[in-house]
Design a protein around this ligand. Structure first.
Ligand SMILES: Nc1ncnc2c1ncn2[C@@H]1O[C@H](COP(=O)(O)OP(=O)(O)OP(=O)(O)O)[C@@H](O)[C@H]1O
Length: 257
């Protein structure tokens, strides 16, 4: 079981991968271990995410990315180690997971315990460009619309930490670009820390302040991305990082196969 120690996050020493000692953090993970049978998928993992930081998490298939997200979201009680999250957490998954028998607006207000939930939901739907679809049934939405509804459902909760588990991977290339821009706009407007799980190296380079690679049950690599946004994938600052990132993921350099 994770020991959730009731101390302010600012008292937790960062792992050195984000923030200064004593600086506040949106999430702090220390010695996180998750075993399935004899296998430790997460093995003493340390991670600090600064408030408002946009972090992309990559790693080979089966390296434990979703396992880490589930632990941070409080969806997995079978973990050892310390997890501290400063404030509310919201998750958007690869599949939008809208409740099919509730209209889009009612999906947003489901379990939303705030004054004027319907108005909050409508404001969030307007932000993602779905005002016209507020009364629609989820199954009538396109893939991009459903994913935007899922983002609105996460944001209406004003999370301090937004966990995104491959939310763009099922979208076509054009829709994906549009939703990338939307996510950056929403992030700028609301300021949550974001942890984005993705397999897409260019997505990570375009969006994130910091890129992590999970390997051997821990954060094996961490790069800070300083290029200004909006970024183009061919930005010269990103090319060397792209090569290093691909190498860390075990992808051989071009022309070597
Ligand atoms: N409930 C479970 N029972 C047993 N093994 C599990 C369970 N959940 C995850 N695993 C195993 O843990 C490992 C990590 O899974 P996880 O889904 O976190 O990987 P991932 O990095 O997100 O992979 P992918 O990129 O393919 O989505 C995998 O080998 C998976 O089979």
């Amino acid at each position: 079981m994770a020991a959730r120690v009731p101390v302010p996050l600012s008292d937790v020493a960062p792992a050195g991968d984000a923030g200064r000692p004593g600086a506040p953090s949106a999430a702090s993970v220390r010695g996180l271990t998750r075993r399935f049978g004899d296998r430790a998928v997460l093995d003493g993992l340390d991670l600090t995410i600064a408030p408002g930081e946009f972090v992309a998490l990559l790693g080979r298939s089966g390296s434990g990315k979703s396992t880490l997200l589930r632990a941070l979201a409080g969806l997995d009680e079978e973990v050892d180690g310390d997890i501290e999250v400063d404030g509310s957490v919201a998750v958007a998954f690869q599949e939008p997971r809208l409740v099919p028998w509730k209209r889009v607006r009612d999906n947003l207000t489901l379990g939303l315990d705030v004054p004027g939930p319907a108005a909050r939901a409508d404001a969030a739907l307007a932000e993602v460009g779905l005002t016209e679809r507020a009364g629609a049934w989820p199954l009538t939405l396109s893939g991009g619309e459903a994913q935007r509804a899922s983002l609105a459902r996460a944001l209406v909760r004003e999370p301090r930490l937004l966990l995104l588990d491959e939310p763009f991977s099922a979208l076509d290339a054009l829709t994906r670009i549009t939703v990338h821009r939307l996510v950056l706009d929403l992030w700028a407007a609301h300021g949550p820390a974001v942890l984005l799980v993705t397999h897409d190296v260019d997505e990570a380079l375009t969006l994130a302040d910091r890129i992590l690679v999970l390997d051997g049950g821990r954060v094996a690599h961490s790069w800070t991305v300083t290029a200004r946004r909006p970024r183009h994938r061919d930005h010269h600052d990103l090319l060397a990082l792209r090569t290093a990132l691909l190498a860390a993921l075990g992808v051989p350099p071009e022309g070597t196969r």
